[in-house]
Design a protein around this ligand. Structure first.
Ligand code: C5P
Length: 239
């Protein structure tokens, strides 16, 4: 299923490769985040990308513009399909990331990766927002950061399922919305607070779903992925 991105949140290349091999064909892409990247490095990103898998490099860069631009250039060189930064890094940083992705892609004669910004981590709730000194509602903060992202020329945002509808309204139909925090009725929430089922997230307007533990921690990951794909059918999923 095109829109299903599976988070390979494991420690070793052997585990990640086994999951990718098992899920290829049902997953629309694989997300490599800070856990696997820190233990396995860029070689595994290149391995998946060079065999034709869509790789979402989820390192959520958040630094000064020059440093983020360098990281995005390196990610583009690895052949990733999607990469992200934190929107709260600000407009200048996001614009520098956009330029870096486009220039490196042109140099390498390949398509630029989808460049996405994290609005607010899906593990944060209203109390957590207040605790870091932000006196706005979760919804207002997400909407503000999504608008900033769009204005900086990025392709979309990462946002919780509960904010999809408001981002769609604010940023229009072509803006990509990548949604983690997907949980079915029987799934453990873990550290996620703002969750929704896969079918509900797509019906609300998500472009891509990021699913980790409900698939990779299942006794049968492929069957779990098939179940999620089945839940989405009828809600406009491309399978
Ligand atoms: O296991 P689970 O389905 O909760 O995995 C969600 C994945 O999405 C994790 O890899 C997490 O790092 C990532 N993510 C998130 N919230 C964001 C951005 C990324 O949960 N805002």
């Amino acid at each position: 299923m095109e829109q299903l991105l599976v988070a390979l949140d494991v420690d070793t290349v052997a585990e990640a490769r086994a999951l990718a091999d098992e899920l290829r064909g049902i997953a629309g892409g694989f997300k490599i985040g800070s856990r696997l990247f820190t233990s396995a490095g860029p070689a595994f990103v290149e391995e998946l990308a060079s065999r034709g898998d869509r790789v979402f490099l989820d390192l959520k860069f958040h630094d000064i513009p020059n440093t983020v631009a360098g990281a995005i250039t390196a990610a583009t060189r690895l052949g990733v399909w999607m990469v992200n930064v934190h929107a709260s890094g600000g407009s200048a940083m996001m614009r520098a990331a956009r330029t870096a992705a486009d220039e490196e892609a042109a140099r390498a004669s390949r398509a630029a990766p989808l460049l996405i910004a994290v609005t607010m981590l899906t593990s944060l709730d209203q109390g957590a927002l207040t605790a870091i000194g932000l006196n706005s509602s979760v919804a207002a903060q997400v909407e503000r950061l999504a608008a900033l992202t769009e204005a900086a020329g990025l392709d979309g945002v990462v946002a919780s399922p509960q904010e999809i509808a408001l981002i769609r309204r604010a940023c229009g139909p072509r803006f990509a919305i990548v949604t983690p925090g997907i949980r079915g009725a029987g799934d453990a929430k873990g550290d996620q607070s703002r969750t929704l089922g896969a079918g509900g997230a797509l019906a609300a307007g998500a472009s891509y779903l990021v699913v980790g533990r409900p698939i990779i921690a299942a006794a049968d990951p492929r069957a779990a992925a098939e179940r999620i794909a089945a839940e989405c059918r009828g809600d406009g999923c491309v399978s």
